[in-house]
Design a protein around this ligand. Structure first.
Ligand code: HMG
Ligand code: MG
Length: 309
């Protein structure tokens, strides 16, 4: 299989942690029902390809996201592979946290919104009400020794509200991190961000004391900007990048959201830059080819198309 020619670039990190969201962000939006067995196999194949941080599922209301209503069954099927601080699950409320803790999980992610409209659509709450819902989740999760990530969605634009001021995103991000979260993930839910915008937001967060050592970036690729935005974030010192194998993904409560940055596209770029990820690109591409067969449609990833064709 062809490999990217290795040509490092000054100012880049030596190692990047790929935070794989395919099983969660990828599969939460699939129209067809993916069996628990196929989901478990997907996670196992991702592990075999060298991915270590994998968001496996969501403990949200099954009425809101029926695609992930089998979260308990999946966790049981994965056994030890679902455990530990590198297998987070999404939890919106204490009910979700209880479900995660009952299954012995020790990493959770809350998910807020920079905009009022998306907070309402995704969580049935205002931004302030959703922060009130998250507060006991974070404090109880921390008391139980769990690792907690805070997503902020609509950081670069909102399908209903349009442009989102950087100050508004920084404000919500600070309020989420003040709850005691370990990591912040900046969500470009609808994939509209551009590199200068990424730089401004990172600078704005840094000015308020949230440095790049606590930040991950989460770019959907709707407008083809995800990789350019990622490179910009790396140049600013970010070392945690969210991606979804095969470019699966989207948000059922944001119609204009398409898939995440494809993990294969990210690995190709990082391999070329000589940045360590621990991921075997060939095994990852084979996993996407297999997943495409399960879903009955080809992967949108450019690298998967180029290498598997
Ligand atoms: P609500 O309707 O206001 O809540 O929803 P509720 O408390 O009235 O509960 C409604 C029903 O759900 C009740 O059942 C609850 O028991 C049940 P009923 O009494 O009607 O039979 N319920 C639950 N069941 C299981 N687990 C739970 C749970 N909570 C309530 N945890 C709620 C509020 C937060 C629950 C709802 O809005 C929800 O689940 N939203 C999740 C939406 C979601 O998962 N969206 C996708 C993930 S976010 C995303 O993709 C963006 C991200 O990728 C970053 C980016 O790209 O920007 C992270
Ligand atoms: Mg997302």
């Amino acid at each position: 299989m062809r490999r990217a020619q290795r040509e490092p670039m000054a100012g880049m990190p030596e190692r990047v942690t790929i935070y794989e969201v395919g099983p969660r962000d990828g599969l939460q939006n699939e129209k067809s029902i993916v069996s628990v067995g196929a989901k478990a196999e997907f996670v196992r194949r991702l592990l075999a390809a060298g991915l270590q941080t994998i968001e496996t599922t969501s403990f949200v209301s099954p009425k809101w996201v029926p695609q992930l209503a089998d979260a308990e069954e999946l966790i049981a099927a994965l056994g030890e592979d679902a455990a530990g601080s590198q297998r987070p699950v999404l939890v919106p409320n204490e009910r979700g946290l209880d479900r995660a803790l009952e299954h012995g999980l020790s990493a959770v992610a809350i998910f807020g919104s920079a905009t009022e409209t998306f907070a309402r659509k995704n969580l049935n709450r205002t931004v302030a009400e959703s922060l009130g819902m998250f507060a006991p989740v974070v404090s109880r999760a921390k008391e139980s020794g769990a690792w907690v990530r805070a997503y902020v969605s609509m950081c670069f634009g909102d399908p209903w509200e349009g442009d989102v001021p950087v100050e508004q995103v920084v404000d919500v991000a600070c309020r989420m991190m003040d709850l005691g979260c370990d990591q912040l993930s900046l969500g470009d839910t609808i994939g509209v961000g551009t590199p200068g915008h990424v730089a401004r937001l990172l600078e704005g967060l840094d000015a308020q004391g949230i440095g790049v050592d606590r930040i991950g970036v989460h770019f959907h690729d709707t407008y083809g900007q995800a990789l350019a935005n990622t490179v910009t974030a790396l140049q600013h010192g970010v070392t945690v990048v969210d991606a979804s194998t095969g470019g699966l993904g989207g948000c059922p409560y944001a119609q204009s959201a398409t898939g995440n940055l494809a993990t294969e596209d990210l690995v190709w770029a990082l391999d070329g830059l000589g940045i360590e990820t621990g991921v075997d690109l060939e095994q990852l591409v084979q996993t996407s080819v297999w997943m495409a067969e399960q879903l009955g449609r080809p992967s949108p990833s450019r690298v998967v198309k180029a290498l598997a064709g």
